[in-house]
Design a protein around this ligand. Structure first.
Ligand code: FES
Length: 75
């Protein structure tokens, strides 16, 4: 079975990662927390008050960056 994951960098905004089923976020210390919903938005502007997740602060910070998508295929 091959799974394809597409990570989208939203123009001037966060990384968007689709979630199907259940997902878990694990930080550098190994602490894990469940991720809810069908999409996870990870901050790439550095201004979020809820890192690593986007909280919309990129708008107030006038974050500027191009958008794009990378597809990763796990086999
Ligand atoms: S990208 Fe949204 S708060 Fe950083």
């Amino acid at each position: 079975m091959t799974d394809k994951i597409e990570i989208t960098a939203r123009e001037n905004g966060p990384y968007l990662i689709p979630v199907t089923g259940s997902a878990t976020f694990t930080d550098a210390e190994g602490d894990s927390q469940p991720v809810e919903g069908s999409m996870v938005a990870l901050c790439r502007c550095g201004q979020s008050g809820n890192k690593p997740f986007c909280d919309g602060s990129h708008k107030k910070a006038d974050f500027q960056a191009p958008g794009g998508t990378v597809a990763i295929r796990a086999t």
